[in-house]
Design a protein around this ligand. Structure first.
Ligand code: ATP
Ligand code: MG
Ligand code: MG
Length: 552
């Protein structure tokens, strides 16, 4: 946010503050349904709602669990959502809110609607109700139960609550207009019967409010000023307004914005659940998942997600954001703070033939080129080293400044070495590269000022820590896996090489890294110690390469 121009939502809110519409108050909410883990789309909504509250003096943003569907909701999700919002850097005050806390209040509002002649109990079958709803071109038709008296409806609704009817036997519907051009206004259901144990209210209720009914009333209950939601709720705004106007209670303003779509990704809890349940990934927090917990495990800093949300902005039209943009934000944040250490992910052995067999040099190296406060670490150097296989070429093109026979390169912070010859196995694969070193170049520089173009990272073979390194690529090869061809599902577009596990050799200090600690392996990319890491068997995830190398 450059501070130069406000997005359309912030503009509306600024105008409302100016005109004193809500007494100058700004009170937003983030209302997840606890039926899955939060993903990047939610992050967009979180940054928007909490962000707006932060930008206004006395601004407030509630975290509200929209928990009206006991079949799909679980406490595990309530916990993970709180953890993720906190990790993203936002604060919802003393305690979160729950729609289930308002069940009694909501019930009271439903009774009031019945008393006003604005709601009725319908015993039609679900199919009949669907049939009567009509289509975009055909008006709906009225239910035979629409004319029930207030007394009868009050009695029936009480009996619904008391469990006298079976699941699906009847619903409470608003009595609005079966000929409305907006299908949502054709007597929408307000309550349904569902015998399921709720994660908070247990078996206290067997009827549960529908989303459209519960949502506006919860917003009203909490004195929300601006109820920001995604575009697919545009048609629901009419019902949102109708319910609050009819009940004549406090009335927030609903505003819709475009949801986030990201390339090579699915962002729908239903699809993410399927990936988890069918075992295509390690879990909700798999580093390839677009979930907040997955991004965290992969090594993405929360600042990068906030920066990403700020860069993509808020618009009124749907669009697709390039996943490379998120990687860009990750690199930018990680570059600033990640300590630099050395690891070799595709090793080939170098033998320094003129270096004494049992000698070990110890080099002090800064942990970050700019951040002196990070201090230094000690890196051992010995006669046998690993370097990256791609840093050596037998037949080197002109512009190849790395190692080749007869050429001199710098081993980072250590010595200049010159390649003399290579040893190959029977298949012709290089197994050893022989070099000589110049003892006068200790520390990686030479008094005579002679030029060496290449600088390579390295790890001493006898000190190296073998580690499991998980290299990640996008989970979906297809740019838009939501767009499926005939006879396929999004599952068919999973990238079979999205996770590649290799053994890398790391400098000793990296064995001490704890889960969640981030690092730049010099010249390779950003990595993060995985939850599975142990000092005996370190495990690192590749967060991002140094440059964008996606095949697209
Ligand atoms: P999903 O389709 O993944 O199930 P949802 O909208 O049903 O998402 P909720 O838990 O109801 O999930 O979402 C909480 C809030 O997050 C809502 O206000 C919703 O608008 C917002 N949100 C969800 N997905 C996105 C997205 N892709 N982009 C922006 N906001 C989103
Ligand atoms: Mg929802
Ligand atoms: Mg949903």
């Amino acid at each position: 946010n450059e501070g130069t121009s406000l997005d359309f939502i912030r503009t509306i809110i600024a105008e409302d503050c100016e005109s004193g519409k809500f007494d100058g108050r700004v009170h937003t909410r983030f209302p997840p349904e606890p039926n899955g883990y939060l993903h990047l789309g939610h992050a967009k909504s979180i940054c928007l709602n909490f962000g707006i509250a932060q930008e206004h003096e006395n601004g407030i943003c509630n975290l509200r669990f929209d928990d009206t569907n006991p079949l799909k909701e679980e406490d595990e999700y309530v916990q993970s959502i709180q953890e993720d919002v906190k990790w993203l850097g936002f604060d919802w005050g003393e305690k979160p809110f729950y729609t289930s806390n308002y069940f009694e209040v909501l019930y009271g509002h439903a009774v009031k609607l019945i008393e006003m002649g604005k709601a009725y109990v319908d015993h039609s079958t679900p199919e009949a109700i669907r049939e009567m709803r009509g289509t975009l071109t055909e008006p709906g038709t009225e239910s035979p139960y629409r004319g029930r008296s207030v007394e009868e409806n009050l009695d029936l609704f009480t009996r619904m609550r008391n469990g006298e009817f079976a699941d699906g036997e009847c619903v409470l519907r608003a009595k609005i207009d079966m000929t409305s051009p907006n299908i949502i206004m054709r007597d929408p259901a307000l309550y349904r019967i569902r015998r399921a144990t709720h994660h908070r209210t247990g078996d206290a209720w067997c009827i549960y409010p529908m989303y459209d009914f519960a949502h506006c009333l919860s917003d009203s209950q909490e004195h929300i000023t601006h109820s920001i939601c995604t575009l697919e709720f545009e048609n629901n705004r009419e019902l949102y307004d109708w319910l609050l106007d009819t009940l004549d209670i406090y009335h927030p303003q609903q505003i819709e914005f475009a949801r986030l779509n990201l390339t090579h990704t699915v962002l729908s809890k239903r699809k993410l659940i399927q990936l988890v349940e069918e075992g295509h990934v390690r879990g909700w927090d798999d580093p390839r998942m677009p979930t907040i917990s997955g991004l965290r495990r992969r090594g993405c800093p929360p600042e990068a997600i906030r920066e990403f949300c700020s860069r993509i902005g808020v618009a009124k039209a749907d669009s697709m954001v390039d996943a490379a943009m998120l990687e860009f934000c990750m690199r930018e944040k990680l570059n600033a703070v990640a300590p630099r250490l050395m690891g070799v992910i595709d090793p080939v052995k170098v033998v320094i033939t003129n270096y004494p067999e049992d000698q070990v040099d110890e080099f002090e190296m800064p942990l970050h080129p700019e951040l002196e406060e990070y201090g230094k670490r000690t890196v051992p150097f010995s006669r046998e080293l690993y370097i990256e296989r791609e840093d050596f070429r037998e037949e080197a093109p002109k512009k190849f400044f790395r190692l080749t026979v007869g050429k001199e390169v710098r081993l980072r912070y250590a010595y200049y070495v010159t390649c003399t010859d290579v040893v190959k196995d029977e298949q012709g694969e290089i197994v050893e590269i022989h070099c000589t070193y110049d003892p006068a170049t200790k520390g990686g520089w030479s008094e005579d000022g002679r030029k060496v173009k290449g600088t390579l990272h390295w790890v001493s073979v006898k000190h190296a820590v073998p580690a499991e390194v998980r290299l990640y690529e996008p989970l979906f090869e297809k740019e838009n896996p939501n767009k499926v061809e005939e006879g396929k599902t999004f599952i068919d577009y999973i990238n079979p090489d999205s996770e590649k596990i290799i053994t890398a050799y790391l400098e000793p200090r990296l064995a001490e890294y704890k889960a969640g600690e981030r690092v730049q392996f010099e010249r390779l990319g950003y990595y993060c110690a995985d939850l599975d890491t142990t000092p005996e068997r370190p495990v690192f995830n590749r967060t991002a390469t140094l440059r964008d190398s996606w095949k697209r």
